[in-house]
Design a protein around this ligand. Sequence first.
Ligand code: AMP
Length: 113
Amino acid sequence: MTIFEKILNKEIPTELVYEDEKVIAFNDISPQAEIHLLFIHKEKSENINDLMDKNPEQVKDLYHAIQKHTRAIGLDKTGFRVVTNLGPHGGQTVFYTHFHVLGGEQLGFFGRA
Ligand code: AMP
């Protein structure tokens, strides 16, 4: 079981910053920006390609949650970045699909280190 399933099952107590019927969001434990949130769907998939195979509607659920929450906290006004990593070259470490939302400060370029 991945750490995000444990968070969903409340085996690891984590403060949720957002929850609706289908999606939860919480703060990244190792923030890479002033604001660094992780959005996950309550139905499991391993990565974005697996999610698209299983139920592409989940992308809409996740972006709906991101839209709602970023508007609620005013992050849409200053801007933010959404990232999802897949596999070793993408830097994925938790094999439960998640969307990083980064903002709260000017972000740098990304890509090659
Ligand atoms: P990725 O490397 O794209 O798979 O992202 C996994 C993210 O999960 C990393 O940014 C980690 O800092 C974050 N993370 C790992 N464990 C936890 C946890 N218990 N609570 C919150 N974030 C976590």
